[in-house]
Design a protein around this ligand. Structure first.
Ligand SMILES: [Zn+2]
Length: 372
């Protein structure tokens, strides 16, 4: 097995940090990643265009008869924000740390994937099975890139998001959904409100009762409550008439096994039990991320655990994430997926950094999994 090239990976990471790619502005970095992958002579490389001109980059490397593995991740970062003591878009190396926006989330993962591709281009015979490398825009917003990929992807047995996973392997996560509710009451003159049905009063009664819904839990995740996020009703100007329409939005995280339909069902049941005078309509809004949990006996997960254990000297814990990512989308589309990647600290805040030692470890572990 050829060794992982840490210093080349670090220099790629510096370049990646120096190409800002805040969500919505990923095309320059996508072109850089595409060019870098092309130089590694993949069997196939293509773009998957999104409607707004952004695109996924997907490369296929043909390997032996081993499992077909996808390594993937996102090209976007959150904005730099305030409070940096270093330039967020110029990589600063201090000891074991590389500072810069996106350094750990997740340009270090991209740099590792590019290094692995380069290694493959030197000797294709070392690849145990087919490898697909895919990078997406928009993960920090709606996962539009992962959603595009989930509609059309090559056959793979397992996916690894090279996201910071803090020494653990993330094998599941909560889901997230938005519930939209419309209330259709009946208007009436303000002098005779008893002739109308006040949609705002009806919505308030519903929202006040929502915590009575019995919430499912999961062995790895406690029950996730409803969270009313917005309510709009009545006219934008003063009017004493009874408001006949109200719209409200409720956010909710979900546990594995809890689906958009099951949550809608529980809302409809509450509506029926409370005898409303007005008609309510419920639907799932955007974004929607289904919860997922990978079976622990998945054979490729077991191989990844073995590779981590050999390289680090200790068996990694398997964890369940309390936030969503592109992994939710890919898992839901049928690709058993985990997050495993290098980490540092200060994700999404000032002075984000990633550890060089962790980059090297992750690179070696992935090559152990992928290479003969
Ligand atoms: Zn991330």
């Amino acid at each position: 097995m050829s060794c992982f090239k840490t210093s080349e990976t670090i220099s790629k990471l510096k370049t990646l940090i120096e190409i800002p790619s805040v969500t919505g502005t990923e095309n320059t970095i996508a072109e850089f990643i595409e060019e870098s992958l092309k130089k590694c002579r993949p069997n196939l490389i293509y773009r998957q265009p999104l409607q707004d001109g952004r695109f996924n980059v997907v490369a296929h490397f043909k390997g032996g008869a081993g499992p077909k593995i996808l390594i993937f991740g996102h090209m976007d970062t959150v904005s730099a924000g305030e409070g940096w003591r270093r330039n967020p878009f110029s990589a600063t190396i201090e000891g074991d740390r590389i500072y810069g926006r996106g350094s750990q989330d997740m340009k270090a993962g991209i740099a590792i994937a590019l290094s692995i591709a380069e290694n493959i281009s030197l000797d294709r015979s070392k690849l145990k099975g087919d490898l697909v490398i895919a990078f997406f825009p928009d993960e920090e917003a709606f996962s539009a890139g992962a959603r595009k990929f989930s509609l059309e992807f090559p056959p793979v047995d397992f996916g690894i998001a090279l996201e910071p996973s803090f020494g653990e392997i993330v094998i599941g996560a909560v889901g997230k959904l938005v519930l939209e509710c419309e209330v259709f009451g009946r208007s009436a003159h303000g002098s005779e409100p008893q002739k109308g049905i006040n949609s705002i009063t009806e919505a308030s009664r519903f929202i006040s009762a929502i915590d009575n819904i019995k919430l499912p839990s999961h062995p790895h995740c406690k029950a996730q409550p409803f969270m009313p996020l917005r309510i709009n009703g009545g006219k934008d100007f003063y009017s004493p008439d009874v408001p006949d329409y109200c719209h409200f939005i409720i956010g909710k995280q979900t546990v594995p096994g809890e689906t958009g339909d099951s949550v809608l069902g529980s809302l409809r049941k509450l509506y029926e039990n409370l005898n409303f005078a007005s008609r309510f309509e419920f639907k799932i809004g955007q974004p929607y991320y289904p919860a997922y949990r990978l079976e622990e006996n998945n054979p490729i997960l077991q191989k990844l655990i073995a590779a981590v254990t050999t390289v680090t000297g200790k068996s990694p814990s398997l964890s369940f994430d309390d936030g969503v990512s592109d992994c939710n989308i890919l898992s839901d589309s049928g690709i058993p997926s985990v997050c495993y990647g290098p980490f540092g600290n200060n994700m999404h805040v000032a002075d984000e950094w990633v550890s060089i030692e962790e980059i090297e470890k992750s690179g070696i572990i992935l090559q152990k999994l992928l290479f003969v």
